[in-house]
Write a protein that binds this ligand. Structure first.
Ligand code: NAD
Length: 686
């Protein structure tokens, strides 16, 4: 039974019980409509409490119905039935009332919630807008301005804020059921408020809509849903209820079939699956109650902050007393930044910083559950660290490396109990970036791998399992991106044109401005190491820039020139001359935006397909998560693999064949051809 009805004298209690999150399945919608009819017919009932069993109120739509034709009763009719019920319904909210859950709440005559409840309309995050009156009833209840904020951001509000907005009528401390029944008894004798659907929206100030449109467009960039949600709230504020409902439903149905919604649904499901890989089902991770970081530089300090933010006590080990001080100062710097940006109050920052114990004595690690190494990218230095850790740590302590390019298998040689060793590859800034590549070695025990995933969950990160290769998933693809970007320069494109095209596609930055920001020296160091291994990395222009010590913004010039104190990139004549020299003898052509995007993106997909074939990534969707959460790939594009599938893999193969014919890309891999024939990447991996 998804819905049960109990009686407390004159109050009926309708309990929704549809685990795990009381999603609005067809069965639940049906049961709610029937409950309205049953209770309408019961003369002894004066008021109805709608409450949910389990950990949350109705947390939204049933994801298994996503993208399928909706089955009746449709949600707008369910909400209308509750609103039109003869008895007043009181929504009693705990956990989250999101999306359709909040729309049901807006059908109720009264709304109460526990202090920890949150309420919101997150539909725009899935590329759609609310489809059951959310954008129509909300401005009628809380005014247009607050409704615009809620609907266009998709972010939920807590109970206290909701009470301030007039979204709920009361906060119930203590037992919600008892409190809601008492509330219902109280209102049963009072006049029933006017149904939200028949209220008018309070007038807005002149220019309000134009201002809102500008603000929402700036935030949404190229995502369609937020502006469409705004248009729906505006319509709701300017017309009658029925017309507004029709407008909302039409927009909802149109967006539901859009490419952006499909991409965002894909990412939603990928993110949902990521923390629980089927291959680790039933494996219990080791407990992590304390952690340590070796190396307090850029990454070490960020990782320490990420661990502190999750509530773990942290030991930070550096080489000597002076380096310890620098490491702790790096951690303090991170929290000072957070306070300055208003993310956390000073007291919280102080407490987080105080929870990091710095030292150069490995003896501090005798009882630590997890140690993450983030020292220089040098195999000998890292091996020496793990030798010392092997000597002092408990045999069951998990030992991890944050290496970007070194081989964790080689690093784990000599580690005592090598089954507790793995790679945990964070992205910079580690306290912010959501991606965590989890890299098992040949010896890593399943429960240690599972511990990596459990850690990701604790830190609020998106975990992706990666196999061992040069650069794992993300940086291996990045290398192809950069090589392609240089190929474009040698055949007639400029850095500014390439960057502009990639930004227009939706990336926050183009490949050249990104290199100037991060510094060209790290990649130069990687290429030097690769050449020592006998490889031949392709970076004819970057090599020349590095020979001139043009490392990017920090040296006043890289791919662009920079004026002192100004981060704005200026096209550089020096660079143009270097490109011309490197391009000598090569055919030149003109590049338009779409051509540039194809020539960068599709070779990335080609490399990603090899990564799949080699089982360095287990799922195409994991590669999408890596690019979205580690490299700023636009979420609404769904990631490179989704983008390629949506484009059509046969066309991707055809474009790559053409580029390869001109010497501008590698030809499509066999795997990509096979995937194209099969119509998707699932032929290569799950
Ligand atoms: P960094 O130079 O900023 O910091 C390295 C720190 O390690 C320094 O503070 C140094 O004093 C300390 N250190 C060196 N040897 C030590 C030892 N034996 N014991 C204790 N401390 C020692 O470097 P980083 O950018 O933080 O990179 C650290 C690691 O993280 C590297 O393996 C790098 O490849 C990897 N990584 C870097 C990034 C990035 O974007 N910077 C991203 C992911 C991974």
């Amino acid at each position: 039974m998804t819905v049960t009805i109990a009686r407390e004298n004159a109050i009926a209690v309708v309990t929704v019980d549809n685990p795990p999150v009381n999603a609005l399945s067809q069965a639940l919608r049906q049961a709610l409509v029937e409950a309205v009819a049953t209770l309408d017919a019961d003369a002894a009932v004066k008021a109805v409490v709608l409450i949910c069993a389990g950990r949350t109120f109705i947390a939204g739509a049933d994801v298994s119905e996503f993208g399928k034709p909706p089955q009746p009763p449709h949600l707008p009719d369910v909400v209308a039935a509750i609103e039109g019920a003869k008895k007043p319904w009181v929504a009693a909210i705990h956990g989250s009332a999101l999306g359709g859950g909040l729309e049901v709440v807006l059908g109720c005559a009264w709304r109460v919630a526990v202090p920890s409840a949150s309420l919101g309309l997150p539909e725009v995050k899935l590329g759609i807008i609310p489809g059951a009156g959310g954008t129509v009833r909300l401005p009628r209840l809380i005014g247009a301005a607050a409704a615009v904020d809620l609907v266009t951001s998709g972010s939920p509000v807590g109970a206290k804020k909701a009470e301030g907005l007039g979204l709920i009528d009361a906060i119930i401390d203590g037992n919600l059921r008892a409190g809601a029944i008492a509330f219902a008894n109280d209102i049963a004798g009072k006049a029933r408020p006017q149904p939200i659907s028949s209220r008018a929206v309070a007038p807005v100030e002149t220019g309000f809509w134009e201002g809102a449109e500008k603000a929402v467009a700036a935030r949404a960039k190229r995502e369609a849903a937020p502006l469409r949600a705004l248009a729906s709230v505006r319509k709701a504020s300017e017309t009658d209820f029925a017309s507004a409902m029709a407008f909302e439903r039409e927009t909802f149905l149109e967006l539901r079939g859009s490419e952006q919604a499909a991409a965002l649904r894909h990412v939603f499901f990928a993110e949902r699956a990521a923390p629980r890989p089927p291959e680790l089902a039933g494996i219990t991770p080791r407990a992590i109650r304390s952690a340590a970081v070796i190396g307090g530089g850029t990454m070490g300090a960020g990782i320490a902050a990420a661990l502190r933010d999750a509530g773990l006590p942290v030991v930070l080990i550096e080489r000597d007393a002076a380096a310890v001080e620098r490491g702790l100062a790096n951690v303090r710097g991170i929290y000072e930044g957070s306070v300055k940006r208003g993310r956390i109050p000073q007291a919280v920052a102080d407490e987080r910083v105080a929870g990091v114990i710095g030292g150069d004595d490995y003896g501090l690690l005798a009882d630590t559950d997890l140690v993450i190494e983030a020292v220089f990218e040098d195999l000998a230095v890292k091996r020496a660290v793990f030798e010392r850790l092997s000597a002092v740590c408990r045999p069951d302590a998990v030992l991890a490396t944050n290496t970007s390019y070194l081989d964790p298998d080689a690093m784990s040689e000599g580690v005592s109990h090598p089954e507790r060793f793995l790679g945990l590859h964070f992205f910079s800034p580690a306290q912010i970036m959501k991606l965590l590549e989890i890299v098992p070695t040949e010896a890593t025990a399943p429960e240690v791998l599972a511990t990596g995933f459990a850690l990701a969950r604790l830190l609020g990160k998106i975990p992706v399992r990666a196999g061992i290769c040069d650069g794992f998933i993300g940086n291996r693809i990045l290398k192809v991106t950069r090589a392609q970007a240089e190929r474009l320069l040698l055949s007639g494109a400029t850095p500014a044109a390439v960057d502009a095209a990639m930004r227009a596609f939706g990336l926050p930055m183009g490949p050249f401005e990104a290199q100037d920001l991060g510094g060209l020296d790290i990649a130069a160091f990687q290429r030097k190491a690769a050449r020592e291994r006998g490889e031949t990395p392709f970076a004819p222009v970057a090599d020349r820039l590095c020979a001139l010590e043009r490392y990017g913004q920090k040296t006043g010039g890289g791919w662009y020139d920079y004026q002192p104190g100004d981060r704005a990139p200026k096209p550089s004549e020096t660079v143009a001359a270097i490109i011309a020299e490197a391009a000598e003898g090569r055919a030149q052509r003109t590049w338009d935006e779409a051509g540039i995007v194809d020539a960068i993106l599709l070779p990335m997909v080609n490399e990603a397909t090899r990564i799949l074939e080699e089982r360095v990534a287990l799922r195409a969707a994991d590669i999408d998560l890596v690019k979205i959460h580690g490299y700023g790939f636009p979420r609404w594009r769904g990631g490179p693999m989704h983008h390629a599938e949506a484009r059509g893999l046969s066309e991707v193969v055809a474009v790559l064949d053409r580029l390869a014919g001109e010497g501008l890309a590698e030809p499509p891999s066999d795997g990509l051809r096979r995937a194209a024939e099969a119509g998707g990447f699932s032929v290569l991996a799950g």
